[in-house]
Structures are given as structure tokens and as C-alpha cells.
Ligand binder design. Structure first.
Ligand code: ZN
Length: 143
């Protein structure tokens, strides 16, 4: 399966905070060890209690489209052949405080709608510059 956006489009640059999210092949979200709040994207500090202690919890990877846009204008020449494409904000069923931006890979952008049930899938990508092998969480519509 090719990537949703062109191969030349830059990949995420994982760091200590988000490397697990972009490479585990499971949908991991950050949970505060002190107060239990779950937040995304991973941050240094808990937005609820300001703790610095976290662990990952695994989501079942089911959710629904909370909101979306369809990009008709290519913000970069690299995206010229990709427009129109959809960008979805997915709210997780098991961690409803978490909303994750991504693409719904198996769906034409005009079929995106609020409330659409989706599940996570992982888009494999290798960054030749950094040597990173990523499994980027993306979405597919659930029939
Ligand atoms: Zn906390």
C-alpha cells in the first residue's frame, strides 16, 4: 500500500516523546501516571495536573470522525497531484478526550462526514535520511 500523501512528502520526525506513537504498530496514547489523564499528542507536561510522569496506554483503535476538511489547494508543489484530499480529526471511542489528526485511507474525500466510524490502520514508511521505520497511525472507514 502506498502512502496517502506522496512519497516525497516529509514524514514525522519522531523524538523521545512520540517515537512509540509513530513506530509501535499499536495505537498508543499518553496517560499521566499521577492523575490518569490521557492526552494527545504526547507532551512533556500533563495538561491537567502538571506532572512529568507518563506511561503509554493502548487504545482499541476505534473512533469516529469528529471533524474534517477537504484540502483543494496544494500548499506545496509536492501535493499538486494529491488534491483534493481529506484530513480527519478522529475522536477515540475508548479515550474520548483524545482526538487525532490523520487521513481516512480507503475513502474518497467527498465521502468524509462527521460521525463516520473509523478504525486505526498503520501506514508503513521508511525515512531514508534518518533511517527511521515508521508505522504511522492512519484511519479506515468501518462499514
Ligand atoms: Zn496528570
Amino acid at each position: 500500500m502506498g502512502r496517502y500523501l506522496p512519497e516525497a512528502w516529509p514524514l514525522p520526525s519522531p523524538d523521545g516523546l512520540n517515537r512509540d506513537y509513530f513506530s509501535a504498530g499499536r495505537l498508543l496514547v499518553q496517560q499521566c501516571t499521577a492523575c490518569g489523564a490521557v492526552q494527545h499528542p504526547p507532551e512533556e507536561v500533563c495538561f491537567r495536573c502538571q506532572s512529568f510522569r507518563f506511561h503509554n496506554v493502548e487504545s482499541a483503535g476505534l473512533g469516529h470522525v469528529y471533524s474534517y476538511i477537504v484540502a483543494h489547494y496544494a500548499v506545496s508543489p509536492l501535493l499538486k497531484e494529491s488534491v483534493p484530499y481529506g484530513i480527519a480529526l478522529v475522536q477515540l471511542d475508548d479515550y474520548p478526550d483524545v482526538r487525532i489528526v490523520g487521513n481516512v485511507l480507503n475513502l474518497p474525500p467527498e465521502a468524509l462526514r462527521i460521525g463516520l466510524p473509523v478504525r486505526v490502520i498503520f501506514e508503513a514508511a521508511a525515512d531514508e535520511e534518518t533511517g527511521d521505520h515508521l508505522l504511522v497511525p492512519q484511519w479506515e472507514a468501518v462499514e
